[in-house]
Design a protein around this ligand. Structure first.
Ligand SMILES: Cc1ncc(COP(=O)(O)O)c(C=O)c1O
Length: 440
């Protein structure tokens, strides 16, 4: 594949973008030095930019495109729906059908509400937990990303300069000016550390509405949680009447019924997003009937009036149902098998090249760290300036070789990929590790 890049058109577009978009981008995930890539079109697992360069896409819009780009089934379904309208003030059959489908597919889902993003799903889940328990606080793991909402943003990106004692991580707001009152409603626990986490939770147990948990949090290192840690937290929540709000916005792709099944876990609520929209914006919150009843205007427990202009719009739901039906058990297993092979191969090439690196992951995702030891919590996953330099060398190397990765050096597989695409990725990575091993 040719990767010769004439930057003129992209550079010129970026000049214009800088005048109208802060930093020239609408979201930081697209930010890139010296300028972002601009997509012209994409199909399957390949994106062609406006310079005419085609690359293999291992980012898949931050792990949301389980079937890659412009999947023919999705295009057909959405085109038919587009002709019938995109949003109505009344209900649709597709919202009932899709809710039935997901409730049947995932054990423990009694009821479902569709929203527009993962952030919104977490927000509704937190507010429903508060409404159900009558308590104000939430707990979350240090470094975990649960969307753009004041409470879950607490300690999303703390650094050694402000994260405080490991036994008692400081609550660090993401954005200057975040109300202290919001920050103080969050208990920040250290991932994978049972004793410390439980002792911090104990201190606020009467005020906690929910514990928000991701079983393989990307920013905490994309490492599956220790099963003992998850079991201990679940026991604790049950004992203390605190709801478990599981964030499966990413991890739902890891298993046919979500990563929760692999842990034998039955959360009270599950937040979803990304792949369940089949390439369109979506979020959903699902779980126990009695908890979800706080949203039910027909129920005696109704205490949470909830709306959203584009919630359950038939475009996202039509694409989403088509995507999930196609992501069947055999496709889940095929992608997971490819990722498992990639992880083993990357581990081996790190050993052979002597690069100071490691690899983590699970399901159909993996992440390369420029650290000799794979991280198990946020503080270990936090990158130094020197590690960031090596990440950039690898990302640039992969970019020049014709691959798009998530900028943390992570990959998310999609169903249009086969062994050939994974082999191409691994070949390019090998020379990347050789480059890194030769760095001073
Ligand atoms: C684990 C997790 N939770 C929540 C979100 C928020 O989803 P959205 O970007 O759709 O608001 C993300 C997004 O990256 C995520 O990775």
């Amino acid at each position: 594949m040719s990767t010769h890049v004439d930057v003129t058109r992209s550079a010129a577009l970026y000049e214009r973008a800088l005048k109208v978009l802060p930093g020239g981008v609408s979201r930081n995930a697209a930010f890139r030095d010296p300028h972002p890539l601009y997509a012209d079109h994409a199909e399957g697992c390949r994106i062609t930019d406006i310079e005419g360069v085609t690359r293999l896409d291992f980012a898949n819009n931050m792990a949301s495109l389980i079937h890659g780009h412009a999947d023919p089934d999705m295009v057909r379904a959405v085109t038919a729906q587009l002709r019938k309208g995109t949003a109505y003030n009344i209900g649709t059959e597709i919202e009932v059908r899709y809710a039935e489908y997901l409730n049947e597919r995932i054990p423990g889902f009694d009821m479902m509400r569709f929203v527009n993003s993962g952030t919104e799903a977490l927000m509704v889940g937190i507010k429903a937990s508060r409404a159900f328990t009558g308590r104000p606080m939430i707990a979350k793991a240090e470094g975990a990303y649960h969307g753009a909402y004041d409470f879950v943003e607490v300690s999303q990106t703390p650094s050694p300069a402000n994260w405080g004692d490991a036994d008692e991580p400081r609550r660090v707001p993401l954005v200057k000016g975040t109300p202290e009152s919001a920050v103080n409603e969050v208990v920040v626990i250290p991932y994978n550390n049972i004793d410390r986490s439980i002792s911090l939770l104990e201190r606020s147990k009467d005020k906690l509405a929910c514990l928000v948990l991701d079983l393989m949090p990307h920013r905490v290192g994309l490492n599956p949680a220790d099963p003992e840690y998850v079991a201990a937290l679940r026991d604790w929540t049950k004992k203390n009447g605190v709801l478990l709000l599981l964030d499966e916005v990413i991890t739902l792709r890891s298993h046919y019924t979500g990563l929760q099944e692999q842990y034998g876990l039955r959360p009270d609520l599950t937040a979803m997003g990304k792949m369940i929209g089949g390439g369109f914006p979506i979020g959903a919150i699902a779980g126990r009937r009695d908890v979800m009843d706080v949203l039910n205007p027909r129920s005696k427990s109704y205490v949470y009036p909830h709306s959203g202009t584009f919630s359950a719009n038939p475009i996202s739901l039509t694409a989403g149902l088509a995507a999930m039906e196609k992501f069947d058990r055999s496709e889940v297993a095929r992608l997971n098998g490819m990722a498992e092979r990639a992880i083993a191969s990357i581990r081996e090439m790190i050993r052979q090249t002597g690069a100071r690196a490691s690899v983590t992951g699970g399901g159909s995702m993996f992440r390369v760290h420029m650290k000799a030891t794979a991280p198990t919590n946020y503080r270990e996953a936090h990158t130094t300036a020197e590690e960031n330099k090596r990440v950039k060398v690898m990302l640039d190397h992969m970019f020049d070789a014709g691959f798009i990765l998530i900028n943390s050096c992570s990959c998310a597989l999609s169903t249009p990929m086969g062994d050939a695409e994974v082999d191409d990725l691994l070949d390019a990575m090998r020379s990347g590790f050789e480059k890194i091993a030769a760095m001073p």
